[in-house]
Ligand binder design. Structure first.
Ligand code: NAP
Length: 570
C-alpha cells in the first residue's frame, strides 16, 4: 500500500494509522512542519508528541528563572505577517508561560491541534523498504505507517542526570531542570543544593536563592555570564517592532547566528586598550548575547578572546565580595563564548547573599549523594532538595532514543557510533525519507532556534513538494555527500575556538561514552541557508532520488571550495 500521490488518511488495520507524513514533536519545529505539509502540500499528517501540550523545550523547561536568551521580537515565527502583527511580547526575554501562550496561539490560529496526538511517546521507527514506508511504534501500542518521517524533537530535550552514587537513597526531593514539575516546587524554608552552572543553573540560582532557606551551588566548571538586562518592553519599542517586521526578518535571516543584531566588523586589536574597554563597557551595559558581537574576531582569535575573558573575569571579581568565592567563580578555563555563553539576572550578585554558598568541585569533588544530602571529599552538605541543572544529551540523545532503523535493519545508533553523520543536518544515508529538523550538522544550537527551524521546515517542505511533483518516491542522502558535509562541518568548527573546549556539550563531552565530535555547523546560518538553497536549485545535489526502481543521483556539492569562514555563526 503506498501513501503517495494524493490519497488521504487510510487504514486497513484499526491499530495502525497510515498517513503521508509523521512529525515527531510539537514544539516550534513540529507545529510549523505540520502547517506546511498539511496546509501547503495537502498531505495527511500526524504529529506525535510526548507531552500533553504544545511547546517542546518550553513545555518541559519550567524551572525557576527560566527565560529565553533570544530577544522576544526575534524568538518567533516570521512566515505569517498576520501572526507578526497580532502578537505582542511583553518583555525583552520571554518566560516559558509567555512562549507557551504564543505557541498555543499559533496552534489554535492555524487549527493544528486536531492533528497532534498528545501524550504519545515514540519508541521505535523502522523503514520497510519493500513498501517504502516507515512503521512507527509508540508507548501506548498505537502504530503509524508513513511515507515521510520528520523528527522535530529539539536539540536539548534528553535530560542528563549524572550517575552520582547514592541518588536512589536520597530522602529529600530532587529534580532535573528539563523535567520540571508543572505545579512548581516550593523552596520556602528548604536547604537546596544545585548542581550545574551552565545557562540553566545561572538562571535558576538567583530565583531559588530568593525563596530557599539556603542554596548551595556545586560548581564544576566556572562560567562567564553577561547581564541579560531583562525589562518590560517599552511602548516605543513595541511600536518599532510593529513598524519594522520586514527589516527584523531581513536581519535575523542574514546574520550568522539568526539574532536581531549584527556582528561588528571591527577587530579587537584595531583599537587601543582604552577604546576596547569602552566597547566592552557599552556591551556590558547593553547586556545579552550580543556582548559576543562587540568584535568580529572574538571566536576566531584566542588573543582577541582573552581581552573579553579578562574583562568578564574582572566584572566577577568586582561584583562578588568574598575573595575566595570570587576567585572560584572567575577561575574559568575556556575562552569566552566557546561554550554557549549564559546571560543572567543577578547571578554573581547572588553569591553576596548570606544564604548562598559556592562549592568549588574542582577542589572538593562530589563523592556521593547520601540519604540526607551531598558528600564531597571534604564536607557533607545537608539538603532537602537537589536541583540537577546538569544539561542534556544534546543534539543526538533524543534522536537515538527513537530507536530508528533504516534500510536493511541498520540502526541510527550504529551508524552514529563514532559521532553523528548527516548531510546538511537534514538527512542520513540509509534512512530514506527521514528528515531531521535542526539535526546535528546544521547550525541549530549556534543559531536563534526559530530562525534555523523556519529554514529547515521550508526546505523540507519544498523538497517533498519537488518529490511529489516529479513522482519521486524516495529521497536519500548520498554517503559521499554526507562524508563531504561532515568534513565541512569539521572545517567550519576548526576555524573557531569552539572545538578547543574539552568539556563542551557541543562535542558531546558531557555524556560519558559519547563520541567527541563537534556536532553543530559553525559556518553561520546565512552561509548554511545559501548552501541549502544552492543544493535545491541544482536539483537536490548530493541526494539520490528514486522513482519506480530507477535511481537518479545528482552530482556532489563542493562545499570546501566555497569562501573561507570569516565570521562564524556562533
Ligand atoms: P550545560 O550547559 O550542559 O551545563 C550543565 C552544568 O552541569 C555544567 O556546569 C556542568 O559542569 C554541570 N555538570 C554536569 N554533570 C555534572 C556532574 N556530574 N557533577 C557536577 N557538575 C556537573 O546545561 P544547561 O545549563 O542546561 O544548558 C544547556 C543548553 O541549553 C545551553 O547551553 C543553551 O543552549 C540551552 N539553554 C537555553 C536557555 C535559554 O535560551 N533561555 C536557558 C538555559 C539553557 P561542566 O561544565 O564541568 O560539565
Amino acid at each position: 500500500m503506498s501513501t503517495q500521490y494524493g490519497e488521504k488518511q487510510r487504514s486497513s488495520d484499526k491499530a495502525v494509522t497510515t498517513v503521508d507524513a509523521v512529525v515527531i514533536g510539537a514544539g516550534f519545529s513540529g507545529l510549523y512542519q505540520l502547517l506546511c505539509l498539511r496546509d501547503k502540500l495537502g498531505l495527511s499528517v500526524k504529529v506525535l508528541e510526548k507531552g500533553d501540550g504544545v511547546g517542546g523545550t518550553w513545555y518541559w523547561n519550567r524551572y525557576p528563572g527560566a527565560r529565553c536568551d533570544s530577544e522576544s521580537h526575534s524568538y518567533c515565527y516570521f512566515f505569517s505577517r498576520e501572526l507578526l502583527e497580532e502578537w505582542e511580547w511583553s518583555e525583552r526575554y520571554p518566560e516559558p508561560p509567555e512562549i507557551l501562550r504564543y505557541l498555543n496561539h499559533v496552534a489554535d490560529k492555524f487549527d493544528l491541534k486536531r492533528d497532534i496526538e498528545f501524550g504519545t511517546l515514540v519508541t521505535a521507527a523502522r523503514y520497510d523498504e519493500a513498501a517504502n514506508l516507515w512503521d512507527i511504534e509508540t508507548e501506548s501500542g498505537r502504530r503509524y505507517r508513513t511515507t515521510y518521517l520528520i523528527t522535530a524533537v529539539g536539540c536539548i530535550s534528553s535530560a542528563n542526570i549524572p550517575d552520582i552514587p547514592g541518588l536512589r537513597d536520597f530522602k529529600g526531593e530532587w529534580y532535573h531542570t528539563g523535567q520540571w514539575p508543572h505545579e512548581g516546587v516550593d523552596f520556602s524554608g528548604k536547604r537546596v543544593g544545585q548542581i550545574g552552572t551552565g545557562s540553566t543553573g545561572i538562571q535558576a540560582a538567583p530565583v531559588i536563592a530568593a525563596k530557599a532557606a539556603h542554596l548551595t551551588v556545586f560548581q564544576r566548571t566556572a562560567n562567564y555570564s553577561v547581564p541579560a538586562r531583562n525589562a518590560p518592553l517599552s511602548d516605543e519599542f513595541k511600536q518599532y517592532v510593529h513598524e519594522h517586521h520586514d527589516e527584523i526578518r531581513q536581519i535575523v535571516q542574514s546574520t550568522p547566528n539568526g539574532h536581531p543584531f549584527r556582528i561588528s566588523e571591527r577587530k579587537v586589536f584595531d583599537l587601543d586598550p582604552a577604546q576596547r574597554q569602552a566597547v566592552y563597557d557599552a556591551a556590558w551595559e547593553k547586556g545579552g548575547l550580543q556582548f559576543r558581537a562587540a568584535f568580529q574576531d572574538l571566536l576566531a582569535n584566542k588573543a582577541a578572546n582573552d581581552t573579553a575573558a579578562e574583562f568578564l573575569k574582572n566584572k566577577i571579581r568586582g561584583i562578588v565580595r568574598d575573595p575566595e568565592t570570587a576567585e572560584a567563580l572567575a577561575d574559568i578555563d575556556h575562552p569566552y563564548a566557546a561554550k554557549r555563553p549564559p546571560i543572567d539576572t543577578n547571578y554573581f550578585e547572588t553569591f553576596n547573599r548570606d544564604n548562598v554558598t559556592l562549592v568549588n568541585l574542582r577542589k572538593d569533588p562530589i563523592e556521593r549523594i547520601t540519604p540526607s544530602g551531598i558528600k564531597t571529599r571534604e564536607h557533607e552538605y545537608e539538603l532537602d532538595v537537589i536541583v540537577f541543572a546538569t544539561g542534556f544529551d544534546a543534539l543526538t540523545g533524543t534522536l537515538l532514543r527513537l530507536n530508528i532503523e533504516g534500510r536493511d535493519g541498520a540502526t541510527l545508533r550504529d551508524f552514529w557510533k563514532a559521532g553523528p553523520k548527516t548531510y546538511l543536518g537534514l538527512q542520513v544515508p540509509g534512512f530514506p525519507n527521514l528528515f531531521t529538523i535542526t539535526g546535528p550538522g546544521s547550525p541549530s544550537v549556534l543559531c536563534n532556534m526559530p530562525v534555523a527551524i523556519e529554514q529547515h521546515v521550508e526546505w523540507i517542505t519544498n523538497c517533498i513538494a519537488y518529490m511529489r511533483e516529479h513522482a519521486i518516491d524516495r529521497c536519500e542522502a548520498l554517503p559521499e555527500a554526507t562524508d563531504k558535509w561532515v568534513e565541512h562541518v569539521n572545517e567550519a568548527a576548526n576555524a573557531t575556538l569552539l572545538p578547543q573546549v574539552k568539556h563542551s556539550w557541543y562535542l558531546g563531552a558531557n555524556i560519558p561514552g559519547k563520541p567527541r565530535v563537534f556536532m553543530p555547523y559553525a559556518g553561520g546560518m546565512a552561509r548554511y541557508r545559501a548552501i541549502c538553497d544552492d543544493v535545491a536549485a541544482k536539483g537536490y545535489e548530493g541526494f539520490v532520488f528514486s522513482r519506480r526502481g530507477e535511481d537518479t543521483a545528482t552530482a556532489l556539492n563542493d562545499f570546501t571550495a566555497a569562501t573561507t569562514i570569516s565570521s562564524p555563526g556562533v
